[in-house]
Ligand binder design. Structure first.
Ligand code: PMP
Length: 428
């Protein structure tokens, strides 16, 4: 559990940062966040002298675990040569070729700095390319912190989105139409009414910001067909799933292709990154070849490019996927055994190396189902695990991730902690 040093830092932080943190989910660790001083492999070490097994992995990027030697070497080598030039580098050419090979052969890339910028740019690009202004997103899917996507479902009767943040004008939110994830009929309804004005449908192919919710068979394919029928673009937001469900991400995994792909997290090897990728015909609308504006001082940052390249080279061996998959399946099996042993009303959703447990009666196949789960019980599981040196996502609405660093021994230790945690939950 967080100790004295973390507590006093957090107290100070409360006077320095709104809510004490620089990204809201970090404040979800109760009673206060722990502060980290270093990390290695599957472990993070806190300023209070604790070692935690990390299943958050910075919310997804660290698929090789912390401080992977190959990434460290690549970053070090780049730092020795200077770290920012404001000019193109060889590294960006190499990384773009890797990405395109797996996502858009023959296409083009624009590097930006966050997933937020990637989806913002992809949406602007879709609007610029199609000359249309509406977008369709799914309730409970997250695409970053910009105005068009900080929008959720309105009343059941309305398809117009409502802002989920103060400061997003209703007029902007109204250009985002909100459908229900895994409910093709809800998309069809919107498309029948607005289809010829819809620039893009944007989707997380696996909903990873409402726990983990895999697409139902036919859902992604149905989106592909609807986008084609109405001349809208399909944006696959693979910020989480890209390079996680395999080198080709969810699009390869499920065999459905988007017109544009947004990437982030893993592809930057733990450094800030966002990527928009797509066919040349669409991508060339971006500045300077086209008139859809995008720019950035830090775009294609050399250190990020080096870390991303090194990461993908290690991923190409296939070994990280094997280890991460085995770790996740063993943990999911252990969880399912415990759920049935203690007769807890809960279900586990799982895709490859990401999973989440929901304390709810029945299946979770939509963010609306996820929202019905008992978040208090989840918070207690989180706390009991933290007491035993295991860090899972502090919010029910995030995923639990495994990595190449979660070896058998690490998972064995985690399963022991899970058993004790469930025992405690059962006692209370
Ligand atoms: N899209 C998805 C699917 C995400 O999960 C996230 C972040 N969790 C983003 C976009 C935004 O990325 P960033 O936090 O790098 O801005």
């Amino acid at each position: 559990m967080p100790g004295e040093r973390s507590r006093s830092l957090y107290e100070e932080a409360l006077g320095l940062f709104p809510g004490g943190v620089n990204s809201p989910v970090r404040a979800a660790v109760k009673p206060y966040p722990f502060y980290v001083s270093r990390a290695e492999g599957p472990y993070i070490y806190t300023v209070d002298g604790e070692r935690l097994i990390d299943y958050v992995l910075a919310y997804g990027p660290l698929f090789l675990g912390h401080r992977h030697p190959r990434v460290l070497e690549a970053v070090r080598e780049q730092l020795e040569k200077g770290w920012l030039y404001g000019t193109p580098t060889e590294l960006e050419v190499a990384l773009a070729k890797k990405i395109l090979r797996y996502y858009h052969p023959g296409g083009m890339v624009r590097f930006v700095n966050t997933g937020t910028e990637a989806t913002m740019t992809a949406i602007r690009l879709a609007r610029g390319y199609t000359g249309r202004k509406y977008i369709v997103k799914f309730n409970g899917c997250y695409h970053g912190a910009h105005d068009s996507v900080l929008v959720g479902a309105g009343s059941a009767a309305a398809e117009y989105g409502v802002p989920t943040s103060l400061g997003v004008p209703e007029e902007v939110a109204r250009l985002t139409l909100v459908a229900r994830y895994n409910d093709l009929e809800s998309v069809e309804r919107i498309m029948r009414q607005y289809g010829d004005q819809v620039a893009a449908i944007i989707v997380e192919p696996v909903a990873g910001n409402a726990g983990v919710i895999p697409p139902k068979p036919g859902f992604l394919k149905g989106l592909r067909e609807l986008a084609d029928r109405y001349g809208a673009l399909l944006i696959m937001d693979e910020v989480i799933t890209g390079f996680r469900l395999g080198l080709g991400g969810a699009q390869e995994y499920y065999g459905v292709r988007g017109d544009l792909t947004t990437l982030g997290k893993i592809v930057g090897g733990g450094f800030p990154i966002g990527v928009v990728a797509g066919p040349r015909e669409i991508m060339e609308k971006l500045t300077p070849s086209g008139r859809v504006f995008n720019a950035g001082t830090f775009n294609a940052h050399p250190v990020t490019m080096a870390a991303g390249l090194a990461t993908i080279e290690v991923l190409e061996t296939g070994e990280p996927y094997r280890v991460a998959r085995e770790a996740a399946s063993r943990l999911v099996k252990a969880l399912e055994d415990l759920i049935s042993r203690y007769s807890v009303k809960a279900t586990v959703n799982h895709v490859e190396n990401m999973f989440q447990v929901f304390f709810v009666d029945g299946d979770v196949s939509s963010p609306e189902d996820a929202a019905r789960s008992n978040r208090e019980l989840y918070a207690r599981l989180h706390e009991e695990l933290l007491r035993r040196g295991v860090f899972i996502a502090p919010s029910q609405m995030e995923a639990v991730f495994t990595s190449a660093a979660h070896t058998r021994e690490v998972v064995d230790e985690t399963i022991e902690a899970l058993e004790e945690a469930f025992k405690r939950l059962g006692e209370q």
